[in-house]
Design a protein around this ligand. Structure first.
Ligand SMILES: Nc1ncnc2c1ncn2[C@@H]1O[C@H](COP(=O)(O)OP(=O)(O)O)[C@@H](O)[C@H]1O
Ligand SMILES: [Mg+2]
Length: 387
């Protein structure tokens, strides 16, 4: 009640300055930023910004929001703010506030190669331009390798590529890729491949969004790999799904083709793709990379359960990683040395094959249960005579 005269003085001062045509900036410290606290100020001032500073896991996070702005529209919500040396205050607008492109979203019936002919075939000719592909599997299954393979093949086809690497430092990534015969350094040098790295520990999603979208726009990127999007969930759990949605929208709006690499926590198969990603219309295609244990050997298996708008082939295939990246094995490959070749059976011939998810069993077991048949005696071993 005591500050009433003071408030009136401020009011008079601001009015006086306005009459003189002076643009005035007034600062005030606030314990709480609730709107009521601004009640009287809302009459006096044309524009009100509210700034906050919080610590999230010992990292400072600043936000700026516009409380009011007379006579002009503004983007609501709290935006990320940074104070940077040599620059002052930088504001990164809330990633999710980007305009939705749903209505006038461009589409294309052009296909982009995944970088592996056999996989293109499974996907009914490759990826649609402007589609989002989720590549999922646990660590070591080859998500990064497939991402590199996709981008290098895109570059060779005359496209411009961006690798957003969050799991691995570019140095390490370039070295690993070189061991598979990919010369990323040369592509970076010639300006057709861009590698963007941010430490997952320091990542702020709004800032990251701003950097990535600028890079895509300025460099005319049309193929991009996010390796991996699990980092967004880690950096900002509550915002991750909105953020991915915004990212997908942006990519699609530009008709760019993207990989969202996603680390799944399961060793064998995938039953727990995060809810946001699984059911959503965000992802057009899903490529599953997993291990299959046959007898005492872990083998690599690839499946493509979803290709939007295409007739994909629903067969799990075995693949290997080597020079050139991922390659799919022919279903009739012969293994072993020349003297004693061992025919390589397709996965479907093994009834001891592990289920992909708790609810799904091997086809042989499911079939037997459905028809009330007894299960084979030795489910671990392939049948003597494969039909
Ligand atoms: N030069 C190479 N030769 C053969 N296999 C390789 C080579 N480089 C990587 N790999 C295989 O690829 C795997 C790593 O794949 P990566 O794409 O990094 O997995 P993810 O990204 O899914 O964690 C390694 O575990 C290894 O088995
Ligand atoms: Mg990886």
């Amino acid at each position: 009640a005591n500050d009433k005269p003071f408030r009136e003085d401020v009011h008079l001062l601001v009015e006086g300055l306005t009459r003189l045509g002076v643009t005035t900036l007034v600062t005030a410290e606030r314990g709480d930023t609730k709107l009521e606290a601004h009640a009287h100020e809302r009459f006096v001032f044309d524009t009100i910004f509210s700034l906050t500073r919080t610590e999230v896991r010992r990292r400072v996070h600043r936000t700026l929001s516009v409380v009011k702005s007379r006579g002009q529209d503004f983007i609501s919500g709290s935006h990320s703010m940074r104070i940077e040396a040599g620059a002052g205050i930088l504001v990164y607008r809330r990633a999710q506030s980007r305009p939705k492109v749903d209505e006038d979203q461009p589409t294309s019936s052009e296909r982009v190669s995944v970088g592996c002919a056999a996989l293109d075939l499974i996907m009914d000719g490759g990826l649609y331009e402007g589609s989002i592909t989720m590549v999922t599997g646990i660590s070591g299954t080859g998500k990064t390798v497939l991402g590199v393979q996709f981008l290098t093949s895109a570059v060779l086809a005359g496209r411009r590529a961006l690798l957003v690497t969050l799991d691995e430092h570019p140095r390490q990534l370039i070295r690993n890729a070189a061991s598979l015969g990919f010369d990323l350094e040369a592509m970076v040098r010639q300006g057709s491949l861009f590698i963007h790295y941010e430490s997952p520990l320091e990542l702020e999603v709004d800032v990251h969004f701003d950097r990535v979208t600028k890079l895509v726009e300025q460099k005319g990127i049309d193929c991009v790999v996010f390796d991996s999007v699990a980092v967004y969930e880690m950096a900002s759990p509550e915002q991750a799904s909105d953020f991915l949605y915004a990212l997908a929208n942006f990519v699609k709006g530009r008709l760019a083709t993207a990989f969202f690499n996603y680390e799944s926590p399961e060793l064998l198969g995938v039953s727990q793709i995060s809810e946001e990603l699984k059911g959503s219309h965000l992802v057009d295609n899903i490529i599953l990379l997993s291990y299959v244990e046959i007898s005492t050997r872990l083998r690599r298996a690839i499946a493509v359960p979803k290709v939007r708008g295409s007739k994909n082939i629903q067969t799990t295939r075995e693949y290997v990683i080597g020079a050139g990246g991922i390659s799919l094995l022919d279903e009739s490959v012969v293994e072993g040395d020349e003297a004693t070749p061992v025919p390589q059976l397709p996965f479907s011939s093994y009834y001891g094959l592990l289920a992909r998810s708790p609810s799904r069993k091997s086809p042989v077991i499911e079939d037997a249960v459905a028809h009330g048949k007894a299960l084979p005696d030795s489910p671990e071993l392939p049948p003597e005579t494969a039909s």
